[in-house]
Design a protein. Structure first.
Length: 307
């Protein structure tokens, strides 16, 4: 009887997994190449590395009374696995960072869409973005709940969306993770918010890596289904490609995965406005590390500095 129960459970898991794969790979979930990437002539060359750019949209912004209509509160993250597959670097960008002529990364992203977002990321990071994914915060919240929540660190205590967050480690579920990443608790042009987003991305990557999704097909199917329920992605990011990237991450040790914020400098204008710029010395070093054999040492150093 136990074997029969196990067999029935396995059949159910396979059915759920196939259903989740079908939803993820459905043509309605894909973004056409012309709406996803910039012209080929301005892009870095393709190689054996794999780089995914993720945008988590938070239109409801549970940390604010009025729904937002821009990128503020969205999470922009790049996950890069070099060709050797022996390390992985995640970078979270502050959308308030000025890029040119007083325009911020987020403003340009809102106006230009994915091709411009990818072009900016490739210019500053020097690596080719192979895949893009836009995920709704509600869908990510379901993934986080399926994983049993996340433990994330906050540098400051604050209250937002009816939730109190402590300085130090916070245990977040899907709903409070959305508030934590959308809130702007300090008047620093989103620097604190970006650090909070980095903390959630870092905990999420580790949670997906150590969540036993391969050993528990039911859980794996559920997580994929939650992702599929609220995602848009380029056509080449199929479930098969996603599994390849996930397998690369799964084989790495914790110390071989780093998630950092893209280095920036901040200054306060006479009128009190805080301006954020990409660090002119650190960002070129990040770009060099991503395309060299120094990636592990350099990103471990960034982590030690608190990025």
């Amino acid at each position: 009887m136990a074997k029969l129960t196990k067999m029935v459970s396995a059949i159910g898991s396979l059915k759920d997994l196939n259903s989740a794969r079908a939803e993820f790979d459905d043509a309605s979930k894909t973004i056409p190449a012309e709406a996803a990437f910039p012209p080929a002539g301005i892009r870095p060359s393709a190689d054996e590395s794999r780089t995914l750019m993720l945008r988590v949209t938070n239109p409801g912004n549970p940390a604010e009374a009025v729904p937002q209509s821009s990128s503020q509160g969205d999470t922009f993250a790049v996950i890069h696995v070099p060709a050797a597959g022996d390390y992985a670097a995640g970078l979270v960008l502050n959308p308030s960072t000025q890029v040119e002529a007083g325009q911020t990364f987020g403003t340009i992203a809102d106006e230009g869409g994915w091709p411009v977002v990818v072009a900016m990321a490739e210019e500053f990071l020097g690596v080719r973005i192979d895949h893009i994914a836009q995920l709704e915060s509600d869908a990510l919240g379901q993934v986080i709940d399926e994983l049993g929540g996340l433990q994330v660190y906050s540098r400051t205590a604050f209250s937002a969306g009816g939730t109190d967050f402590a300085e130090g480690t916070n245990n977040l579920d899907g709903a409070t993770s959305a508030i934590f990443t959308a809130a702007d608790p300090v008047d620093d042009a989103g620097q604190t918010r970006t650090r909070n987003q980095r903390a959630v991305v870092r905990a999420l990557v580790q949670g997906l890596k150590s969540g036993g999704l391969v050993k528990d097909p039911n859980k794996g199917a559920a997580v994929l289904g939650h992702f599929a329920s609220g995602i848009q992605h380029n056509a080449e990011l199929t479930t098969s490609e996603l599994v390849k990237i996930a397998n690369r991450l799964r084989t790495l040790q914790t110390d071989d995965i780093a998630v950092v914020t893209v280095p920036t400098n901040s200054r306060r204008e006479d009128d009190g406005t805080v301006i954020i710029d990409f660090d002119p010395e650190a960002v070129p070093a990040v770009k060099n590390a991503l395309t060299s054999n120094d990636i592990a040492d350099f990103f471990r150093y960034l982590v030690s500095l608190g990025y």
